[in-house]
Design a binder for this molecule. Structure first.
Ligand SMILES: N[C@@H](CCC(=O)N[C@@H](CS)C(=O)NCC(=O)O)C(=O)O
Length: 295
């Protein structure tokens, strides 16, 4: 892949390239690249919603996917919660996925992904608030125990404290999978009834996918690859899941999920998790828009 203003990119083993070196030089010199930088990785749904939007619009960005940074000194300087994704645009640093999607849509005039008429914009905002207070909590409750099993459960540090307690409560109960599914049924029912207005295929009644669809898809679709939930009882969601596969860069963004596969029948392992992330990153690296940093 050609990228980043140097017109070429050197690749060595392990993957170290000019972008990495420039990134470190920039930081050492206190300067920041003009190119957008996203801290994120394929195991992170909010990260994926943001880089899917960029890829679908052909917006170049540097994906900083060095997992060690999650525990290192750099991330807390950018986001006190030590969470990904974090978006860096010059001197401007932003965390919280919905804020990033709205910022990018406004900055780059993505009126298809985020229409500007007040009612549609309000509906998109409505979903994005619902997303954080409802959808993500439910999917996290169902998904996270099955993912974190690879590292011995949620642990005591890392992971947002509220989410961590939510998984712990679920895991300590007699039927974690059943509990998680009950919550998800409730939330899927709310989305099925409360969204897809005017016969639209898309969550907020738009003609095509909006940023709300990207955010929602990242949470719901992961459960199907993981074999943790079946959406056939929800016809609007089922139709929408199918339609979203046609959004540009869908397959590259979700290669991680395909590789991770069914984590219900075959419990996740660290090796499998790492391979899924590595292969997920390879799929992204094949896109010209992406310069990957992983050291
Ligand atoms: N509300 C945040 C959620 C971010 C989040 O949950 N990030 C996870 C990865 S998906 C994370 O960084 N977890 C590590 C931790 O909490 O220590 C957003 O929408 O951006």
């Amino acid at each position: 892949m050609v990228g980043n203003g140097w017109g070429f990119r050197l690749r060595m083993e392990p993957l170290v390239d000019l972008e990495v070196k420039c990134g470190y030089l920039d930081r050492m010199m206190g300067a920041r690249s003009k190119r957008l930088i996203l801290y994120g990785n394929p195991a992170s749904q909010p990260s994926k919603a943001v880089y899917w939007a960029c890829l679908s619009k052909g917006l170049p960005f540097t994906l900083h996917a060095d997992l060690a940074e999650l525990r290192g000194p750099e991330l807390p300087k950018l986001n006190p919660k030590r969470q990904i994704p974090v978006l860096i645009d010059g001197e401007f640093v932003l965390y919280e996925m919905p804020a990033m999607l709205l910022y990018l849509a406004d900055k780059y005039g993505w009126a298809d992904l985020c229409p500007t008429d007040p009612e549609t914009r309000a509906r998109i905002n409505q979903y994005l608030h619902f997303h954080h207070s409802t959808t993500r909590l439910a999917t996290f409750k169902l998904m996270a125990p099955h993912v974190t099993i690879a590292f011995g459960g949620p642990g005591t540090d890392g992971l947002d404290i509220i989410l961590r307690e939510s998984i712990r409560t679920t895991m300590d109960g007699p039927d974690p999978l059943g509990e998680g599914r009950k919550t998800l049924e409730l939330v899927a029912g709310l989305i099925e009834k409360g969204y897809f207005s005017n016969g639209s295929t898309y969550v907020c009644g738009t003609d095509g996918p909006s940023i709300a669809d990207l955010a929602c898809y990242e949470e719901l679709a992961q459960l199907t690859w993981a074999n943790l939930f079946e959406f056939s009882a929800y016809p609007k969601i089922t139709r929408w899941l199918e339609a979203m596969r046609a959004v540009p860069a869908h397959d590259a963004v979700h290669h991680y999920n395909v590789v991770l596969g069914d984590i219900r029948s075959e419990p996740n392992t660290m090796a499998r998790f790492t391979t899924a992330i590595e292969e997920g990153l390879e799929a992204l690296d094949a896109h010209d828009e992406v310069v990957l940093v992983r050291v």
